[in-house]
Design a protein around this ligand. Sequence first.
Ligand code: FCB
Length: 528
Amino acid sequence: MMKVLDTKLCLVLSVLCSVHFLVQFSHGGEDTIHRSQFPEGFLFGTSTSSYQIEGAYLEDGKGLTNWDVFSHTPGKIKHNDNGDIADDHYHRYLEDIELMSSLGVNAYRFSISWARILPRGIYGGINAKGIMFYNKIIDNLLLRGIEPFVTMHHHDLPQELEERYGGWLSPLIKRDFVHFAKICFESFGDRVKYWTTINEPNLFTEMAYVRGTYPPGHCSPPFGNCSVGNSDAEPLIAMHNALLSHAMAVHLYRNHFQAKQGGTVGIIANTFMYEPLRDEECDRLAADRALAFIIAWVFDPLVFGDYPIEMRNILGSRLPRFSSNEKSLIKGSLDFIGMNHYSTLYVKDCSCSACSSACSPAGDHAIRGFLETTGFRDGIPIGDLTGMPRFFVVPRGMEKIVDYMKTRYPNMPLFITENGYSAPPKQDAALHDFLQDFDRMKFHKAYLAALLRAIRKGADVRGYFIWSLMDNFEWVDGYGTRFGLYYVKRQTLERIPKISVKWFSSFLNFSTLTLENDLSKQDLKEQI
Ligand code: FCB
């Protein structure tokens, strides 16, 4: 008798749970979000970068980039993948713009390949076919009501600049970058209203000069064993040159273009959120230090005119100094802040002997701010795992990082220039598994809900871009890590919509989400 009752109870409960889930998912759940809840004029877009999608790596006069050379070096990229063809966006840009138009986005963030415009940097001429390519992209976007949001440098640099003077390690890069920026403003500035100078200087300097996993592959112990490099000094020098290059390009824009063209210029940083690993004061301070060493490292100089005090206190004279002229050049050289946000990590202090047991040699290093980051507490991940070892699903981090930026940089407009999800690797995954990307959809709904909470508390957030429009070349991970709303079949390069395309376009095109336009009943049933 008891057993029969139990079974019946279980059945009733499971039906109730499914119904509750269905209702929550489609109508009234905490994570239910509508486009109309976001501020007037909010930009909703997708994001890509030149090397990751364009291909055509030696076509129509393009010069070689640092990534062309690096990815052709055996062993540097998973499966020795490279961006020679990538998504062949160079030839399929019209189709891709159609995809965006049917999604209903009102903005598209992409980057310009420096070596397509200036194959040899300042040491050669302008490649007219490169200019033509981006003109066609910009014009076709505008025809469909999509705002171009353009990044000038997204990791790919003309190889000649690397070979002649060491790229970002040399102050000569400033003159080269301003030359490139000037050509961009002259050629595209009549139509581009949103410029960002450099994507994630805090990430590429770490990868290129601390760990040596991005070109030019420099590092030194305890961070790695490269044949060249100094992990203690080079990232600081490269960042210094990047910040000054940014500021000089903004100065040029403000003095010669902004009044006529009416655009704005920002810079983009990689912005993890950090939480203390243990409920202890030293870990709380370490989490604050992580924010300063990784995020404020980029924005403090550009907003206030100098590096964060937290860095100066630890690094002293190893941290480069800005001259007084440079300080006045960099201070205030931002119209807005661009944030790429994916995840949150725990932080453990390595500075005070009382609580810094068992830090790795890298964590014990000043350049890291005497701290260590991890995604696990007592073996339990901070959020669901993804396809990237250091990316976990932690929606609350979106709200917290926006709060942090609002507090540290009051009155700065913010754009979430990247946010996205790649699924954990699955043995023998079939096409169907990739296309049924409910986890991606849930990820975006939860992160957007968190963003909305931050906006309601007063953050001036003006846009949100999904990384990425389509699966693409994910740097050292090659093509195996897929962030796209569209699946790209590697053999044919066909773009196939995943379930999240349905969700995103419903979100963008209907002011109220109902069961019918959020997702079809069938889709929801499949998930349950
Ligand atoms: C960011 C990069 C972007 C992409 C995503 C997953 O750090 O800016 O190009 O690789 O990560």
